[in-house]
Structure formats: structure tokens, C-alpha cells
Design a protein around this ligand. Sequence first.
Ligand SMILES: *Cc1c(COP(=O)(O)O)cnc(C)c1O
Length: 370
Amino acid sequence: MDIRRPVWAEIDLSALQRNYDRIATLTSSEMMPIVKADAYGHGALQVVQALYEKGARRFGVALLEEAIELRKAFQDIKLVLIGTLPMDSIEMIVKEGIICGVYRLEQAVLLSKEAKKQGKQAVIHLKVDTGMGRIGFREENWEELFDCLKLPNLFVEGIFTHFATADHADLGFAQEQLKKFLELTDKIKTKGAHIPIRHAANSGALLQLPEAHLDLVRPGIILYGLAPSQYIGKDIGLEPVLSWRARISHIKTVPQGETISYGRTFRTAYPTRVATIPLGYADGLRRSLSNRGEVLVKGRRATIIGRVCMDQTLLDVSKIPDVQMEDEVTLLGTDGYDRIDVDEMASWLNTINYEIVCGIAKRVPRVYRK
Ligand SMILES: *Cc1c(COP(=O)(O)O)cnc(C)c1O
């Protein structure tokens, strides 16, 4: 049985592929697309398939679960766990050949032991904290990092760091981070060790800091056609990949002076055409958009009135002629001559575009176009 919800996110895989091609022209380093959080809400399996067709063979994820899901579907790609290393799943990591970011000596020791037990070589990338302050070996732990290089059954394929401000206008701190990172990799070289892949660049650094491209780059948000921050111009030639739409589930006229939705926070100032759409905060349409967010109907703006509910939201469509049941409503994307982009919705909510796309709930079906 095929249930079709009148709410969906459209994912334009050709736009994703064009973004990939475009980004590839900006660097000569290997690209490792970041597909954590279900490819920023776009659907990891489909995104990986589309980028695989473009030649990508190595992908970055945050969770072991994400890596395992992808491993089941794709056997000949490399998967790098760039986030937290789950210490109780070392056996599975080694068995499935997941490459992991290591940021503590005891992790390397455990991986080495487990790999020995399985008669394998575990592949790792060492994570270095040069100023993000999240995970990674800090300068005071560099001796421990050097110890990781001596462990048996362990191949240190890569070493990486992460920028805190590569998407800012002022790149001073990012440059300091890079300097510290290169100081470390030089030190490793003088010790006679060779780590083939050094990497640091997220989307911000990919666009703004070519000297940080090194051997591999880790684009995330730009693949999905979104700018890493407001400091980076929108003219980077990338196309948004995701649109979000719904169909009107009910329409009626409410007389002047009546209230709408929970808490009675909205009162009609005139006889109001009220359209209901069948999605709400359980779908990721944030409740703080109550009485302020906008959507597009027939290419024109309609305001969200009253509180956004869990599964339903109300719109004032009084000024848009001839709105009918089942008409399409655009929450994100283009309709006619107007468009609501992820950045605009993010600005209403005082957040960043990343949080908006990751926040579209799993229960919103993704519809793929090519
Ligand atoms: C999420 C992440 C990226 C990608 O960041 P974008 O800003 O989306 O390009 C790169 N590297 C690491 C370690 C990350 O956690």
C-alpha cells in the first residue's frame, strides 16, 4: 500500500550533481562529501548515489549508524566517521572497515587490539583540536598522538582539524588554526612518519581559504546549495537542492473578530480566508513561526496565522484570489516569481540554514527528482 502524504520535500539530485561539479572546479584536492544527519536532511542514500555517479568514493558521516546504513548499500566507498567515536562499538567499526576519527590514545589502543584480534588493519584519521575546542588532540597531548603512530595493526591514513571561523569575513583565527595544524604535520614528517591525507577545509574554508585545501576537502552545506554563512556571497553559483511543499487540506472564511488556533493568539481583523495545511512542528515547521512565518500560494505570500500546531498550520490567504482545496503551498523553494529560501526562514527563526534543513522531520517524505 502506498500512502502519499500531501506534505513533501523535493530533492533535486541534478542540482546536487551540478553543485558537486561546480565545487570540483574550485579545488584540485580529493572531495569527501559530508553526508551526516541524513545528508543534512536530504536523504543520505540518494545523495551518496548521486555523488557516486559523479565519482565521489569517500564520504564523511557523524554517527556509526549512518556509516552502517551506507555500508549496506555501497560496498566500494570509504566511510569516515568524523564525529564522536563510540567506544563500545569498536568491534563493528573494525569488522565493517569504517575509517574513524581518533582523538584519544585509548581509542587508538583499543582499535589496534581489536584489529589484531580480527587479523585486520584498522584505518584511522587522527583528529587535532587547533582551536575548535570540541574533540581532537590538543597541543599538550601531541606526545600521545605520536604514540598512536607506533601501534600495530593500525594504518594512520589521515590527520585532520576543523575550523571554528572559516565562514567569517575575518579569517585571522582560521589562519592561526591552519598554521598550528601544519606545524604538527611538519613535526610528524621530521619524525619520519608519513600520513598521506591531511585535511581541514569545510565549506567555508573551501570557498575562502584555498591554502587549507591540502589533500582532501570536506564540503557539506555548499553541496546542498546553501551558503555557509551570511558573510559568504550568494553568488557562488550553487543551486538549492531542497524545496518543501504541502497541499491545502481545508479552506473556509472566518468572520471578523474570531480567534484562530491554540491560545487564541490571532484574531481576524476582517472576514478572513483561512487555509489549513497538514503539517506542523512535528514535521520541523517550527512553532516560533506562529503569527510570523510566510509561505507561497500561487506565487504569492501568505502569512502563518495563530499558533503552529503539531500536525497542522493555518494561513491567511484572503489577498490571494481563487485559492482552492489541494492547492500547492511552498514552505521553501520557488513558486512563480517569488521564492522563500532556507536563509530567509532561518532569519525569521534567528538560526542558520543548516538547522532548518536538518530539522525537517523524518516523517516528511522526500521526493527525488533528476
Ligand atoms: C559538518 C562538518 C563538515 C562540513 O561542514 P560544512 O560547513 O557543512 O561544510 C566538515 N568537517 C567536519 C569535521 C564536520 O563536522
